[in-house]
Design a protein around this ligand. Sequence first.
Ligand code: GDP
Length: 280
Amino acid sequence: MNINWYPGHMKKTKESIKKNLQLVDIIYELLDARIPISSENPDIDSIVGDKPRIVILNKSDLSSHEGNMKWQQYYQNKGISSVLVDSLNNRGLNEVINISNELMKEKKLKLEKKGIKNKPIRAMIVGIPNVGKSTLINSLSGRKGAKTGNRPGITKGNQWIKLKGNLELLDTPGILWPKFEDESVGLNLAFTGAIKDELLDIESLAFKLVERLVETYPQFLEDRYNINVHEKTTYEIVENIAQNRGCIGKGQEIDFTKVSNIIIDDFRKGRIGRITLELP
Ligand code: GDP
């Protein structure tokens, strides 16, 4: 999904999320495990305030194991609960539920003393576009496809999805804007597909990605495309990939658009390997 953010739009979004925040006990802040810094909303602290928060590192199937461990340690050191999740394959979901219960233990005890029992814990998901909010809502609720709200006969407005462990999830996530100011953040968002190919044309994007991977994961590139990256320019590397992948036009010229699409798609689908682009 592409959203153009304007100051007015951002203000409205913030206000609507803040309104929903009043309805919930816990916030699930969804980040992309490959780029936890770049996929964070710059105003998240002021939006969430002191509500309990769980950082969900989604798409952890696409990020490196080592990176995942480092990020978990990072949040632990900051006293923030974090969970590695793969929403596509339902990994980490029980941990989200367990930590939610853990975080709400004290509040629950207080309520019980007042005679209020089994009050559900209410949660909502927030995150930037494409980080996996809808996928997570679907996997947490065990439903497939589109949500069922807003049909005739169903009350309009917020719907609560019942989860395991006396938990209720707001069916509409809060969509937050990413950071724009920093070029490297923009690139990370473009590599991962959080902003859809609007920052750079596909060829420049692929060249930038290859440049980055030569620095950080050269072996993955070599293995995936059966090439040698040693002492080669980015141009030569992309050329080699094109040759090995048959991205050659009728006049024997390299089809850079085709090879660029292959490289970007391979990266986004995790076919080059499990890659973390940002470490703490
Ligand atoms: P939203 O805009 O935040 O609601 O994002 P979506 O739920 O629409 O997900 C965006 C894309 O990421 C979709 O193609 C999903 O299939 C994919 N996706 C979501 N979660 C995961 C995950 O944990 N792992 C992987 N590999 N892909 C995911």
